[in-house]
Design a protein around this ligand. Structure first.
Ligand code: G3P
Ligand code: MG
Length: 346
């Protein structure tokens, strides 16, 4: 309201530029911080030759937990305080779809976590693969639910239910079982489980929280990601039905994700630092040319924004070869990336 006093601006915080960070392969690998990441955060928080603090946000394609929970993890890993007000993960923009659908199938992640996230987004009726297997064990011949999974899953009456959309929130922990169930729903008459469509073009829409074919985890080589599951499902749908499957992905490199991130950054700068003016440059540090660099480049091109892409060598991209999408700068690690941006500013 108008009676609230404005937040006094902190004169040490720059109002002209900011940073946005990808997480996996830039700050974290396999649950552990990349060594230079902790120092990089200290530099942004004022430990630098200019005596300046720089606002920053996090834009990851990862997910599987609430934003709140992910921020608690990240705070511990990086030894800083990270707030949900400066954090977007792959499924964050999916909350805008909650109103559109009744019953939805939510796939991926550990245990019940994604169901809980989806319900917190306002999805009205969330079915999981566990519910489907618990209701009919013959669904997945080679997969039995553990006692814990059984306790968390819900027997439902699928005869009277129509699944209106499928959301892959996080990486599948059981590709075979999850793909079987997704295919059953996609091939059904209007989302009615247990039926088979005559035309295979009436299944519900399917949304993925991102499209990374590979990502950077603790193994030295890149690991298969959700985009690989998407490729696999498209190929299987084609093999079984002879038809093309249309799928939609959120996350980077989608322009919508960068727009969402820009709004978040604007609100974050205003609410925590009292900055009202629009940001001039956002230095975006990523490790995946296909998501981070491609998205930044296309976002700038279509909106005229000035996001400056920096590709690091600590994640998906490591070689000296030409990346498929050209960043403004390549840095060995996130600390070098942060220093590069700051040097350009002064
Ligand atoms: O599953 C997460 C991964 O695909 C990418 O995460 O932080 O590199 O966008 P991030
Ligand atoms: Mg990454």
């Amino acid at each position: 309201s108008t009676s609230e006093p404005p937040t006094p601006p902190d004169t040490r915080v720059t109002d002209s530029y900011a940073y946005a960070f990808d997480i996996d392969g830039v700050l974290i690998r396999g649950g552990r911080p990349i060594p230079e990441a902790i120092q990089a955060m200290k530099v942004l928080n004022g430990d630098n030759e200019y005596g300046i603090k720089v606002p920053y946000i996090f834009v990851t394609n990862g997910g599987g937990k609430s934003e709140q929970e992910r921020c608690i993890d990240l705070s511990k890993q990086l030894d800083i305080e990270v707030s949900p007000g400066q954090f977007i993960c792959g499924h964050t923009p999916m909350q805008e779809m909650a109103e559109k659908f009744g019953t939805v199938l939510v796939v991926g992640g550990e245990g019940e976590k994604c169901r809980i996230v989806a319900e917190s987004y306002g999805f009205k009726d969330v079915v999981t693969p566990g519910d489907i297997i618990k209701t009919n064990e013959d669904t997945t011949p080679f997969r039995k639910l553990t006692d814990e999974e059984k306790a968390n899953s819900r027997v439902r009456d699928f005869n009277t239910m129509r699944i209106e959309a499928i959301f892959v929130f996080a990486d599948s922990r059981d590709w075979a079982g999850d793909q079987q169930i997704i295919l059953d729903v996609l091939m059904s008459e209007n989302g009615r489980l247990g039926t088979v469509s005559k035309t295979f073009d009436e299944g519900p829409p399917i949304f993925f929280s991102h499209n990374d074919v590979v990502w950077s985890a603790s193994h030295e080589l890149n690991r298969l990601g959700m985009g690989a599951l998407r490729c696999s499902l498209e190929a299987m749908f084609k093999a079984v039905t002879g038809k093309e499957l249309k799928t939609t992905a959120f996350g980077k490199p989608q322009i919508g994700t960068f727009q969402f991130a820009t709004r978040l950054l604007q609100r974050w700068r205003k609410d925590t630092h009292g900055i009202d003016s629009p940001v001039e440059t956002v230095y975006f540090v990523g490790d995946t040319p296909e998501s981070d660099i491609r998205g930044t480049n296309e976002y700038n091109k279509t909106t005229g924004m000035n996001w400056y892409s920096i590709l690091v060598r600590t994640g998906v991209y490591q070689t000296g070869t030409q990346p498929r999408f050209q960043p403004r700068h390549i840095a060995d690690n996130v600390l070098e990336a942060v220093k590069h941006g700051m040097h350009l500013e002064y």
